[in-house]
Design a protein around this ligand. Structure first.
Ligand code: SAH
Length: 351
């Protein structure tokens, strides 16, 4: 029988588990705090829980705790990139960014990705599996323990497509924002998607206060299709409709991510078309100079083109910012640290 993943249970489920072991309900709160407030990695560390109960739990449950394999710290801005090993030997990346307003962690939602975006390193080897709620949470817990400071913001923008791992994502959101756990404010959580329309709509109906970021990257269906195979399944207009729906249901302003790729999506015409596409929607556009990966020959738009694109959008009345590049001196684009590690392991005959 498969063991229960105890860190993926909410308080009510944990209570049910304990009652089924003949324990009193209140024990659940104690154990929940060990897992989600004190972030213990070993059963033995739950010092106010009897040895007998710990052993019982250990027999029936697994305790997810990621192992830090590597950490790189930027000398420029203190950004830290972590490589963590999961219990089955898979690896995921997470990033810590230090801002004046607090510590922000970018987590992975899957091992690999099957969305196939042309400029992205995370998708090159396809999808291995989705992460469990506990594996998403523990990226944040491990980083918080590592730095000894509170993490206040979380972005689900690392490797993987969160809406392709929807049930686990939703569970993760509820655990992360639970007042008995890390208690991160919903407003401090952003989920980024390439545009899986049915699940964007489902998320809207949860009526949460989290920010939805949509990876748009193009202003027409034709161009989007060149960069993002997911556009075969969901047309750009449907995706924009789903964003409108998200705003209607939640009142939360949408963030559009737009990676500027030199000569591909950065012309004045692109800017005009983009403004037309999102006109009237309460939104914000985040321009990201594309981070070139060696497997593809896409290049960044030059700085002049980027600021021109921004000015054009502003003239059309769109809120727009250019994303500040963080940790430029460490393996930059999503998925690159994991990829470098895996290919090194292959060369060494380790995998
Ligand atoms: N799958 C989700 C979240 C992960 S990617 C999504 O698509 O939104 C996080 C963001 O980084 C997305 O906007 C993605 O398109 C972008 N991205 C990926 N690789 C990039 C690269 N090499 N340069 C710039 N942006 C990139």
């Amino acid at each position: 029988m498969e063991k229960t993943d105890i860190k993926s249970l909410n308080l009510k489920e944990l209570e049910e588990l304990l009652v089924s072991h003949g324990e009193k309900k209140f024990r659940a709160k104690q154990i929940y705090a060990w897992l989600h407030v004190k972030h213990v990695s070993h059963w033995e560390d739950m010092t106010d829980i009897s040895k007998k109960l710990r052993e019982q739990l250990q027999e029936n449950c697994e305790l997810t705790a990621l192992q830090k394999v590597e950490m790189q710290e930027s000398k420029l801005d203190g950004t830290r990139k972590y490589l963590f090993a999961l219990a089955d030997g898979n690896m995921v990346e997470s990033v810590l960014m230090k801002y004046k307003h607090g510590n922000s962690v970018c987590i992975s939602s899957q091992v690999g990705c099957r969305m196939g975006c042309r400029f992205c390193a995370s998708t090159l080897d396809g999808l291995v599996r989705g992460l469990k709620p506990s594996e998403m949470l523990d990226q944040i817990y491990r980083i918080q323990e590592d730095i000894g400071e509170r993490v206040s913001n979380v972005v689900v923008m690392g490797t993987g497509e969160p809406m392709d791992n929807y049930d686990n994502l939703l569970k993760f959101i509820y655990l992360l924002t639970d007042e008995n756990g890390l208690n991160i404010s919903q407003r401090n959580l952003t989920v980024s998607t390439c545009g899986i329309v049915p699940n964007m709509r489902r998320l809207a109906e949860e009526k949460l206060q989290i920010t939805l970021a949509l990876s748009l990257h193009a202003s027409s269906q034709k161009k989007r299709l060149e960069l993002m195979p997911v556009a075969n399944k969901y047309q750009i207009e449907e995706v924009i409709e789903a964003c409108k729906y998200y705003f209607e249901q939640t009142g939360r302003r949408i963030t559009f991510e737009y990676s500027l790729v030199g000569g591909v999506n950065d012309t004045d015409e692109d800017a005009a078309q983009l403004a037309g596409l999102i006109k009237g929607l309460n939104c914000h556009v985040n321009l990201i100079p594309v981070n070139p990966i060696k497997e593809r020959d896409y290049v960044q738009s030059n700085p002049q083109v980027i600021s021109n694109f921004k000015n054009k959008l502003e003239k059309y009345g769109i809120n727009v910012t250019i994303r500040r590049e963080m940790g430029r001196d460490i393996d930059g684009a999503c998925g690159q640290l994991r990829k470098r590690f895996l290919s090194h392991a292959e060369r060494q005959g380790l995998s």
